[in-house]
Design a protein around this ligand. Structure first.
Ligand code: JHZ
Length: 392
């Protein structure tokens, strides 16, 4: 493991603070990112016990964004058409944004965060409030094996993937496929999106690293789709090696070639990235300072887990950003971890009382710009740090 990026001391990215706890000392951990030259895996060095992050109060809901709801609905439609799965298991089913596109009789969700599992249970979707493991996989697929195991933005959160992939192997039917969707390391590096690194993102995968991991479990990638979600993700379609129904698509080699051309197998690439991150920090602070000098009112939009990394790494706090808007009820009237900026209930932006908006949810720029047309028309501006700090 070779270290290449030090993002400083960080609080837990989704541990939003209640007003009564604002003076309490927050737990912090060292956010250092490493590269493993043997399997090309990029991971954070110090991990936090999963129970501290994924418990009965998990704030993030996939259904908060129309982009995500549409992405899940489109994918479900395509899968049904092409693979006709008779039984579907989702690992990390969150608030049901994906499983709700399937017949209740033929889908099971697994979600360790109780507040989220309760939502899908209430909607009559069979949900196990558990961390995914071999025992659970055996229980769920005892009577019928899964033709599809799906997991989006979850695998990157699980430290021990030996257990995970063994459990998936056990669950899949002979024709069964596994679809994994996670932020793409290539896009993360290209966009200098260093905020993809925080406590929950133990790994940011590349195809070349995932391929090596899967080999150990008799699994292989047979197709890859690139999606725009979460700032650029890869959707990996995976099968058992013994399954000869699906041929390996040329997209797989194409993606590997792109990654090798960019140098994702070389440590020097990561060192160059770290230099760009430092430059990005300097430039972002400069932009905020410039607006502050002019006494302009800046707020944040989307109190994301990603924002936690940026604000704490750059030392941007209440001195620059008055408050954040967010649509997630759990986050409202709480404070962002570390920076302790207040989160207010979202209201349509108005240019007469807000000058500049920092895009915490830069990955939903298109959705947000559509919503805030009037603000933009009247001269309202946004700050983003992706792919480099600028005013838009
Ligand atoms: P968003 C979370 O990261 C955590 P975050 C997690 N670890 C992960 O991997 C990804 O999700 C998938 C709000 N919003 O999706 C809603 C508005 O207020 O970028 C959310 O709080 N108005 C599981 O937190 C936040 O922004 C809007 O119009 O970095 C978006 O969070 C829209 C579109 C969103 O994930």
């Amino acid at each position: 493991m070779k270290k290449f990026l030090d993002l400083g001391l960080q609080p837990l990215a989704n541990s939003f603070i209640k007003k009564k706890d604002i003076l309490l000392k927050e737990k912090k951990f060292k956010l250092v990112v490493c590269f493993n030259p043997k399997n090309y895996l990029v991971s954070i060095l110090n991990t936090v016990p999963k129970e501290k992050m994924f418990n009965k109060n998990y704030p993030y809901k996939s259904s908060e964004s129309n982009t995500m709801k549409k992405s899940f609905a489109d994918l479900a439609k395509n899968i049904k058409k092409i693979y006709k799965p008779r039984f579907v298991v989702e690992i990390g089913s969150n608030d049901g944004a994906f499983i709700k596109n399937f017949d209740k009789k033929n889908v099971v969700g697994v979600e360790p965060c109780k507040n989220l599992a309760d939502i899908t249970k209430k909607n009559n979707y069979k949900t196990y409030c558990n961390y995914w493991n071999i025992e659970l996989a055996k229980k769920i697929t005892k009577k019928r094996k899964a033709d599809l195991v799906y997991s989006a933005n979850t695998l990157s959160h699980i430290k021990n993937f030996n257990e995970i992939f063994k459990a998936i192997q056990i669950s899949l039917s002979e024709r069964g496929i596994l679809i994994l969707e996670d932020p793409s390391l290539l896009e993360c590096l290209k966009n200098v999106a260093y905020d993809q690194f925080y406590c929950e993102h133990i790994y940011v995968f590349s195809t070349i690293s995932l391929k090596k991991i899967l080999e150990k479990f008799g699994l292989e990638i047979f197709n890859i789709e690139t999606t725009k979600t979460h700032g650029g993700s890869n959707r990996y379609l995976i099968k058992k090696k013994s399954n000869n129904i699906y041929k390996i698509h040329s997209n797989v080699q194409k993606q590997i070639t792109k990654e090798l051309k960019f140098g994702l197998d070389k440590f020097s690439t990561y060192n160059k990235f770290a230099i760009k991150v430092e430059q990005s920090k300097k430039k972002l602070i400069e932009i905020f300072k410039g607006f502050k000098k002019r006494n302009l009112k800046i707020i944040g939009y989307g109190a994301t887990a990603k924002s936690c990394t940026v604000l704490n790494y750059c030392g941007i706090g209440k001195n620059y950003i008055e408050y954040f808007y967010d649509t997630t009820s759990y986050k409202i009237n709480k404070y962002l971890p570390g920076s302790k900026i207040l989160i207010k209930k979202y209201k349509k932006l108005e240019h007469n009382n807000i000058d500049i908006v920092y895009l915490g949810a830069w990955n939903f720029k298109d959705e947000i710009f559509k919503k805030e047309k009037t603000f933009i028309k009247r001269g309202g501006k946004f700050i983003t740090h992706v792919p480099y700090p600028k005013i838009i």
